[in-house]
Design a protein around this ligand. Structure first.
Ligand SMILES: Cc1cc2nc3c(=O)[nH]c(=O)nc-3n(C[C@H](O)[C@H](O)[C@H](O)COP(=O)(O)OP(=O)(O)OC[C@H]3O[C@@H](n4cnc5c(N)ncnc54)[C@H](O)[C@@H]3O)c2cc1C
Ligand code: FES
Length: 290
């Protein structure tokens, strides 16, 4: 069973109801032409003080009158008093959310789902591989791990986007690059570079292969578009990694978020409560459409 222990823990922690909390937007950051990051605080300060989550968990965010959409919590669980989500404009709710400004109030329910197995990552080398807005769920985990830096060995971050304009969290990327105990490699697809670009040019799986990470004692966490995940896994296996040492997240469409409606499931698995975090070896046995 995928991540059975963390999924079971999640079931005891998630509030199995539909209670929506009001959250105020305290800042909006333009990441790319179609992606914004929203920092949110609970309107009820007591709720804010009590709120806890783990890196990898997600929420259902609502624009009143427009509907709800699912986004991971992109900020670190160690940052108290607020949460952040990064939203790519793709349709009805995300369009409405992109019209919202500082001071506006939206709905939030969560945290839902399981989380990255940070306990099992202690004492290991960590390799984070992200593509595009897939850096959002990884950002939560990376910041969490950097706050607990001495619990891990080498930390490497490989991040890619279609073009320089499509890279998210540019300030944070610079911060990580300047850290002496973190190895960073940023890349854009061929043709997506600018004259000023100093990073790599190439697809993430190719850059990963040339990076030659060591499989020994290393946990890999990868998030990004399905096509990137597919070929990164091929590269990892060629480099000697086993799919048991790699984790990823799935983003099936959701409705309830708490295992009630059957919107997100394939077979007997519910992405909302058995996931969204899965060990890559567990995904190999799932039907192709997963
Ligand atoms: C666990 C989880 C975490 C996610 N985290 C993020 C995040 O951090 N940031 C972010 O921008 N997005 C994230 N998503 C995707 C996000 O939920 C959808 O993009 C969003 O629901 C679209 O809502 P909408 O009303 O604007 O689009 P709609 O109007 O409902 O749809 C617009 C188009 O997008 C397609 N679509 C909508 N949702 C999905 C989906 N989940 N998978 C594939 N196609 C879809 C529709 O079929 C349609 O073609 C996450 C999804 C899941 C399940
Ligand atoms: S979203 Fe309803 S069961 Fe998963």
């Amino acid at each position: 069973m995928p991540n059975e222990d963390s999924a079971n823990q999640a079931q005891t922690l998630i509030p199995l109801d539909y209670m929506v909390s009001k959250m105020r937007i305290v800042s909006v950051t333009d990441e790319t032409v179609d992606t914004k990051t929203f920092r949110l605080e609970f309107c009820d300060p007591q709720q804010g003080e009590q709120f806890e989550f783990c890196a990898g968990q997600f929420g259902l965010y609502s624009v009143f009158g427009a509907g709800e959409a699912t986004f991971c919590i992109a900020s670190s669980p160690t940052q108290k008093g607020y949460i952040e989500c990064s939203v790519k404009r793709t349709g009805k709710v995300t369009n409405e959310l992109h019209q919202c400004n500082e001071g506006d109030v939206i709905g939030f329910r969560g945290p839902y789902g399981n989380w990255f197995p940070i306990d099992r990552m202690q004492g290991k080398n960590l390799l984070f591989v992200a593509g595009g807005i897939g850096l959002a769920p990884l950002n939560s985990l990376i910041c969490n791990c950097l706050d607990l830096r001495d619990q891990f060995k080498e930390i490497s971050i490989l991040y890619g986007a279609r073009s320089v304009d499509d890279l998210v969290y540019k300030e944070r990327l610079d911060t990580w690059q300047q850290m002496k105990d973190v190895q960073t490699l940023y890349t854009v697809d061929p043709g997506g570079e600018t004259p000023e670009w100093k990073g790599e040019v190439g697809f993430v799986p190719t850059v990963l292969t040339s990076m030659k990470p060591k499989p020994e004692n290393t946990v890999v966490v990868l998030c990004g578009p399905p096509i990137m995940i597919k070929y990164v896994l091929v590269s990892l296996v060629e480099l000697g990694f086993s799919p048991e040492s790699a984790y990823t997240t799935l983003e099936n469409r959701m409705k309830c978020g708490v295992g009630k409606c059957g919107r997100c499931n394939v077979g007997n698995l519910y992405v909302c409560k058995d996931g969204p975090v899965f060990r890559c070896s567990d995904l190999e046995v799932l039907p192709k459409e997963f």
